[in-house]
Write a protein that binds this ligand. Structure first.
Ligand code: XIL
Length: 299
C-alpha cells in the first residue's frame, strides 16, 4: 500500500492524525492529511473550553469544521475529550462539589448529543491519574468524589450508545510504571462491576523522560485481555526515531484488539512540542521522513 491509512486498513485498523481547524486553509497540510490518514482527532476544538465557553452555551463552530473536513474526505472521527482537569473554561475551573459534578454531566450530554451517532470513539475521561504513585491526580473533578470517572462513563453511554467510550492517558505505556498499574486496576474494576468502558487510549508521547520500552506490547496485551480495545491516540516520538516508530506499529499489530494508531500532528512544524522535537512523520516542508517509511513498511 502507498498510504498510512490504506496500509493500516489491510489489517482492519486505522491510521489517524490530530487536525487543527486553524490549519485547514493550508493546502500543503490538508493535502498530506487527506492523502495519508483515515481517522481524525480534533487537536483542541472538541475540548471543554472550546465547546462550552459559557455554562450552558455550547459552541461547535470549530469542532464542526474539523468534523466536517474529516467526514467530507471519507474519514472517521475520534472525539477528544469530555472530562479533563486541563483546558477547562474559567467558569468550570471556578466550580466545585455537586455543582461541578452536574456541570460535567451536562457537558458530556451537550457535546455527545451534538455529535450523536457520528463519533467512532470518545475520550470520555482524559488524564485522571497522577504521574507517580498509581493513584488519582488531584483536580477539581477528583475532589467531587472518587466516582466521578464512572459517572462520566455511565453518562456517556446513555448519551450516545453508538460511540466507543475510552479512558485516555499519557505515561501508561510502560507496563512497570505505577501509573499504568493504577489505570489497569481501574479498568479491571470497571469491567468487573459493569461500568461501561470500551477502550483505553495510550497517548504515547515518547521522550527522554518517558521513553518507549519493549514492554509496551505487554501493556497493550494486558489492557486488551481485560476486554477493551486499545488505541494509540496521540503518538509522537521526540527525535523521530524510525526504529522506535516501527516498534510501536509492530506492538500494536501484535494485538488483535489494538485497533488503530493516531499521530499527534501532520508535520514537525504542526507539533505541539515545537518543530525542534522533530517528533512526527513529515518534516516542515511536507517531505516524508525516514520514520514515515518505517511505519509504512511495518503496517
Ligand atoms: C495539546 C495540543 O496539542 C496543544 O495545541 C494544546 O495547546 C494543549 O493540548 N494530551 C492530550 C492532548 O490529551 O489534548 C494535548 O494536546 C497533548 C497532551
Amino acid at each position: 500500500e502507498s498510504t498510512l491509512g490504506a496500509a493500516a486498513a489491510q489489517s482492519g485498523r486505522y491510521f489517524g492524525t490530530a487536525i487543527a481547524a486553524g490549519r485547514l486553509g493550508d493546502s500543503a497540510y490538508t493535502t498530506i492529511a487527506n492523502r495519508e490518514f483515515n481517522m481524525v482527532t480534533a487537536e483542541n476544538e472538541m475540548k471543554i473550553d472550546a465547546t462550552e465557553p459559557n455554562r450552558g452555551q455550547f459552541n461547535f463552530t470549530n469542532g464542526d469544521r474539523v468534523y466536517n473536513w474529516a467526514v467530507q474526505n471519507g474519514k472517521r472521527v475520534r472525539g477528544h475529550t469530555l472530562a479533563w482537569h486541563s483546558q477547562q473554561p474559567g467558569w468550570m475551573q471556578a466550580l466545585s462539589g455537586s455543582s461541578l459534578r452536574q456541570a460535567m454531566i451536562d457537558h458530556i450530554n451537550g457535546v455527545m448529543n451534538h455529535y450523536k451517532g457520528k463519533i467512532y470513539a470518545w475520550d470520555v475521561v482524559n488524564e485522571a491519574y497522577a504521574d507517580s504513585g498509581g493513584g488519582r491526580r488531584d483536580s477539581n473533578l477528583q475532589r467531587t468524589g472518587n466516582d466521578w470517572i464512572e459517572v462520566a462513563f455511565r453518562t456517556a453511554r446513555a448519551a450516545d450508545p453508538a460511540a466507543k467510550l475510552c479512558y485516555n492517558d499519557y505515561n501508561i505505556d510502560n507496563w512497570t510504571w505505577a501509573k499504568t498499574q493504577g489505570v489497569y486496576n481501574m479498568v479491571r474494576d470497571f469491567k468487573a462491576r459493569g461500568v461501561p468502558i470500551d477502550c483505553v487510549g495510550l497517548q504515547s508521547h515518547f521522550n527522554s523522560n518517558s521513553p518507549y520500552n519493549s514492554n509496551y506490547r505487554t501493556t497493550i496485551q494486558s489492557f486488551a485481555a481485560l476486554g477493551v480495545d486499545v488505541q494509540i491516540t496521540e503518538l509522537d516520538i521526540q527525535g523521530g526515531s524510525a526504529t522506535t516508530y516501527a516498534n510501536v506499529v509492530n506492538d500494536c499489530l501484535a494485538v488483535p484488539r489494538c485497533t488503530g494508531i493516531t499521530v499527534w500532528g501532520v508535520r514537525d512544524t504542526d507539533s505541539w512540542l515545537g518543530s525542534g522535537a522533530a517528533p512526527l512523520l513529515f518534516d516542515g516542508n511536507g517531505n516524508k521522513k525516514p520514520a514515515y517509511t518505517s511505519v509504512l513498511n511495518a503496517l
